[in-house]
Write a new protein. Structure first.
Lengths: 609, 203
């Protein structure tokens, strides 16, 4: 009976491992292959290797490490499995050779078999990873009122930097306590570092790590903390930013001002309004009743001739040949009288605007101009008489000042030194002229020049050969008006006014005003400026009949007389005129057909005077 | 090379061995050898990366770096031995190491930087070490001239092998060169620190 018990027990014992094995569910197997994970040396004097074991196959597995040095076939086993912990092998100083290749293998062994890991070649020199630096201290210091951090540390204890065996370089990082990003600084081989760029106050955290010149970075040291007081950070960059910002703003403002300079000029420096003429009504001017306007200005007793001669006094001026452009509405909105007066400011009196003998301005009707008025620049002028009936019909005639070669009708008028040429819409030349219309131009060089600066005149500056403001007559060319008035008409041999610009300069800028027309239809001229003024008994206006080759203006009464006494008249006029006339009118050879006694005054002599 | 010539002239101007001169020379020599070591490292890593992955795995298995042409030179292999060696011994060993590479380095191409010539740099370094030796030699002549003239036993080793071995030979060449440069760097640094007055010489 007891034998059966023993046999059964024995069987049980024998079967137990099988049972347990079945209960475990895993068959035993040789171990899995271990893997060498890393080998590291902290100070280039010793090193440690770690491995990761594979599966143990259900059985207790033993791992062992074997190594072989280069140039030697002897295989050695790891001297120390414990010092470095589990699954490690520690090589102490005696077993460590530098600049020698170690061939290391780990073997896992269990009862069923063994597994070899892949061999690893190790040269201690290239696997150095030191310990972190020690004794990291952070202190807050101050430099000229700004705080900064001074960090100092020591190399890891085991690394022998003193003898030069190992050379370490350091790196530190710093951040505020509440921040997430570190700011790193390389410190080289030194063991102290100043952190100057502290954005603000608060608690700062600093960490340091090190690395040999050929090796791996150590772990970061433990965090050291320091409290920095709050301070306002203002440095050069702030000033620079502010300066740039202000400069930029200033540039933008200047640019805007530049763009609007016209508006600003108008706003800040408004155009000076001219003096108002007593009795002159702008609205009348706009309404176009030129007669009424001038009648308002007329001094009752001027002129003093009987009204029966009124119509006789009408003088046709130059035949103005004007282009159709209407853009010469330059001074549309301006008061022609004002301009005239303004331009005459230097030499004229601000009277009602009638052309007195004293005044140097003459209100010229363009129509009158068209009526064969010879326009001269700086020379004696025959009296111009024009109709002011249609003010709107007046346009500016652009008198060609260059010379005779101006084919198309460009009558340029000169600035209102003489007198402004009122606007003239296209309308028939009004032969009627009122006494008031008779104006005379007188021009003096100086005033002329002065007028030029006004810039608001109707007339072009003719004396300079420039056409600062060419005025286009609005009358259509079919009117057959041509005005050839040259800028510079001066008689040869006549006294010339000084200080005139050359080329087209008027040599003289003295005008002659028509004193009167005697009953023989002779225009009596008298100079205005100098002492040529003679108080003639009466003033009459005459029409210019023609200009002969001697550059003498022949005047006639309208439709009344042919050149009855041309000679006499000539003499008379010349006599009288030459005494006071400074310049003569040169008449172009081609003369416009005389329409209604209009004389087409040729272009000025300019060059030939 | 201008730097060295200047130093030569300074030394030959009758200045006896002065620690200050030594320190300056040492610094220059250490700097140069560091540069050479970095060059060697770069050459080696360039070579390894240019290999196919298959060959890279084979390298460790087949192309074991068992042989270096400078193996005949006995060098200290750990800190203890290095500390035990005198400055002069360290200098002489460095000199021999550098010299042994003068000829084989000509076959070391620039690789990624073909313009860099290693051989002239080695010559300059050798000159500098010689200066240091002369400066530190006192009394007994511990520098056996005979060994300087001794040719490397395997001087033609790397030229004798066939072309199919070129890959393996290049690997060995580069690895040995890298290792030797690091040796010289360590020896010179230790020697410099031993001679420098300040305690903490790595600063």
């Amino acid at each position: 009976m007891r034998n059966v018990f023993e046999v059964m027990l024995l069987l049980l014992l024998l079967l137990l491992p099988l049972v347990t094995a079945h209960a475990g569910g895993q068959p035993n197997s040789p171990p899995g292959k271990p893997v060498l994970t890393s080998c590291r040396s902290p100070e280039k004097e010793t090193f440690t290797c770690w491995w990761k074991p594979g599966s143990d196959g259900g059985l207790s597995t033993k791992h062992s490490l074997f190594y072989r040095k280069e140039s030697s076939d002897a295989v050695h086993e790891c001297p120390d499995y414990r010092t470095a912990g589990e699954n490690s092998c520690f090589f102490n100083k005696n077993n460590t050779a530098i600049w020698v290749n170690y061939n290391i293998t780990v073997v896992a062994t269990n009862s069923l078999g063994s597994a070899y890991s892949d061999p690893v070649e190790v040269d201690v020199v290239y696997i150095v990873q030191p310990n972190p630096p020690e004794n990291v201290t952070v202190s807050v210091m101050e430099d000229k009122g700004w705080p900064f951090l001074r960090v100092s540390w020591e190399p890891p204890r085991k690394a022998d930097t003193r003898s030069g065996w190992i050379t370490l370089v350091y790196e530190l990082r710093v951040k505020l306590k509440e921040e997430d990003d570190w700011e790193t600084h390389l410190a080289g081989q030194q063991k102290m570092f100043n952190i100057l760029s502290l954005p603000s106050g608060g608690e700062y955290q600093v960490e340091v790590r090190c690395r040999p010149d050929h090796g791996f970075w150590s772990e970061w040291s433990s965090t050291s903390k320091a409290n920095v007081p709050h301070h306002f950070r203002r440095d050069n960059s702030t000033w620079i930013l502010m300066t740039v910002f202000f400069a930029f703003t200033f540039l933008i403002v200047a640019w805007l001002l530049h763009l609007n300079r016209h508006n600003l000029k108008r706003c800040i420096l408004p155009p000076v309004p001219g003096p108002k003429i007593k009795g002159f009504d702008k609205k009348l001017l706009k309404s176009g009743k030129s007669n009424e306007i001038f009648s308002a200005l007329v001094v009752p007793d001027y002129p003093s001739t009987p009204s029966s001669n009124y119509e006789d006094l009408l003088v046709d001026y130059l035949e103005v040949y004007v282009p159709t452009e209407r853009e010469l509405q330059l001074e549309e909105s301006k008061d022609p009288h004002d301009d005239r007066l303004k331009s005459d400011s230097s030499t004229s009196d601000s009277d009602s605007g009638r052309g007195s003998c004293d005044s140097h301005t003459l209100l010229v009707d363009k129509e009158a101009k068209e009526e064969a008025r010879q326009a001269e620049c700086g020379q004696t002028r025959t009296e111009v008489q024009r109709s002011l009936k249609d003010w709107d019909a007046l346009t500016y005639a652009q008198i060609d000042m260059v010379g005779r070669d101006v084919p198309s009708g460009r009558v340029k008028t000169w600035p209102s030194l003489y007198s402004p040429l009122p606007r003239h819409s296209s309308g028939p030349l009004d032969q009627q002229s009122s006494l008031q219309m008779a104006k005379q131009h007188s021009l003096s060089t100086s005033s002329f020049l002065a007028q030029e600066a006004s810039g608001e005149s109707y007339w072009d500056v003719c004396s300079h050969g420039e056409l600062p403001r060419p005025l286009r007559a609005k009358t259509p060319p079919h009117r057959g008006l041509r005005a050839r008035s040259d800028a510079d008409v001066s008689g040869a041999g006549l006294k010339r006014a000084p200080a005139g610009p050359r080329s087209l300069a008027p040599h003289t800028s003295e005008y002659v005003e028509v004193q009167r027309v005697n009953n023989k239809d002779v225009v009596l001229l008298q100079p205005v400026v100098t002492g040529c003024y003679q108080a003639l008994p009466g003033e009459v206006y005459s029409k210019v009949k023609r200009v002969d080759s001697d550059n003498i203006l022949l005047l006639q009464r309208e439709a009344r007389e042919e050149d009855g006494y041309p000679g006499a008249e000539q003499e008379n006029t010349t006599q009288k005129a030459s005494a006071c006339v400074y310049a003569a009118v040169l008449v172009q050879d081609q003369m416009a057909p005389m329409v209604n006694g209009y004389v087409d005054t040729a272009t000025m002599c300019t060059l030939t005077c | 090379s201008n730097c060295f010539i200047l130093l030569l002239s300074v030394v030959f101007l009758g200045v006896s061995t002065q620690p200050i001169t030594d320190g300056r020379l040492f610094s220059i020599a250490v700097g140069r050898v560091q540069h050479l070591h970095l060059l060697a490292q770069r050459l080696f890593s360039d070579f390894e990366s240019s290999l196919q992955s298959e060959e890279q795995r084979q390298l460790n298995k087949i192309f074991l770096q068992d042989f270096c042409n400078s193996d005949y030179i006995i060098t200290p292999v750990d800190k203890h031995e290095t500390q035990r060696s005198s400055v002069l011994k360290l200098l002489s060993i460095s000199y021999r190491l550098v010299e042994s590479w003068e000829f084989p380095s000509r076959s070391l191409s620039g690789g990624s930087a073909p313009r860099i010539q290693i051989s002239p740099k080695l010559s300059e370094l050798k000159t500098g070490i010689l200066l240091l030796i002369k400066a530190n030699q006192d009394g007994a002549d511990l520098f056996p001239d005979s060994s300087a003239l001794q040719l490397a036993p395997y001087g033609n080793y790397y030229q004798s092998l066939g072309a199919d071995e070129s890959l393996r030979r290049t690997y060995e060449l580069l690895a040995c060169f890298k290792k030797d440069m690091h040796k010289v760097e360590t020896y010179l640094t230790v020697a410099k620190c031993r001679l420098s007055p300040e305690a903490n010489c790595t600063l």
